[in-house]
Design a protein around this ligand. Sequence first.
Ligand SMILES: [Zn+2]
Ligand SMILES: [Zn+2]
Length: 273
Amino acid sequence: MTVWVCATCGNHYPDTESPPAQCVICADERQWVPSAGQRWTTLAGLAAAGHRGDVREVEPGLLGVGADPPVAIGQRALVVRTAAGNLLWDPPGFLDEAAIAAVADAGGLRAVSASHPHFYGSAVEWSHAFGAEILLPEADAHWLPRPDPAVRTWSGALAVLPGVTLVQCGGHFPGSAVVHWAAGANGAGALFSGDTIFVTPGEERVTFVWSAPNRLPLPENAVRGVVEAVRPYRFDRIYGGWWQPVVRTGAREILENSAARYIQFLRGEVPVD
Ligand SMILES: [Zn+2]
Ligand SMILES: [Zn+2]
């Protein structure tokens, strides 16, 4: 395990003698490179710095898999469990044997996927641990910095497991996606949204970003596209990319209202004095 890990975004790069000159994901306008220059680490370096796998039950049938302390962007993965196998979503850049053992105890993995390239993280490492396929949207698959034969591309929507569907929404990236989990939130349905739908701190709103770190908004047609893409699915809860915040209930109405308010701002239809 000597892959190079970008210290800023947590993405894994192939096992080469020396790291690449730059992280292509951080060099993109949606991310950022430290003013002092690109920094690289390794899984061993992160473990030596005190990072550990952090596995918790989020709700019945759903595990969170993060790192403590968090690495890079700090997202925690979600592992949705079904009788037909499990899906891991949005893996952070760090994983360890303890986290792999906890996921093995939960039934292992059939598939690994992510909302968008900022959260591809350790996807290939997880795939290798369980022989799981890596499901990436056709539109974004070229961003995976560590190519692997387990990658399978999809577009539109993909039923991965019973009651578990990947839905391409676009926006932040052309392939930005969510998971719809029909059994989530006690059967009311849940979305796992990463940066596709951004849950805000009060847990009663969501927002939309083209770039979160650079505070660049999402154009109106893309906001409408995200809302349209999830409209056919029943859901009451939205898990974003981190342990918190979470829209715990009323998520459909919150999404519609938040999108309408966001579009008012884009159009300048709000008083500013
Ligand atoms: Zn990076
Ligand atoms: Zn992002």
